[in-house]
Design a protein around this ligand. Structure first.
Ligand SMILES: [Zn+2]
Ligand SMILES: [Zn+2]
Length: 113
């Protein structure tokens, strides 16, 4: 168990800052601080700085608020079917698990930089 499990780190290799405020999430399950998200991901065509995936879809890059207000939490999933709420929740939990405990099998680190 890592001491950082309550916080995710920017996936930009030279950054690794603890994320707070706003963060940028990619479809390839990477997450970046506001600085690197708005900088690296705003290029055209956008490419994930962590895994070089092309991020061309409208929802391939999403800016999220890490500590949403009570008002936001009250409304964001309201009206959705229970299975949809659970589906979204389980995907978000999978993302968290992947970030906190990345798969090691067959994983090779790219040359940094
Ligand atoms: Zn960063
Ligand atoms: Zn990626």
């Amino acid at each position: 168990m890592s001491v950082c499990e309550d916080m995710l780190l920017c996936n930009y290799c030279k950054c690794r800052v603890k994320l707070s405020g706003y963060a940028w999430v990619t479809a390839c399950s990477h997450i970046f601080c506001d600085q690197h998200g708005s900088g690296e991901l705003s290029r055209s065509p956008a490419v994930c700085p962590a895994c070089n995936s092309a991020l061309s879809g409208k929802l391939d890059i999403v800016c999220i608020e890490l500590s949403p207000s009570e008002e936001h939490k009250a409304m964001v999933l309201a009206g959705l079917r229970p299975e949809t709420v659970l589906d979204i929740s389980s995907r978000a939990l999978s993302f968290w698990t992947y970030q906190v405990n990345p798969p090691q099998v067959g994983h090779q680190h790219d040359v940094l930089g």
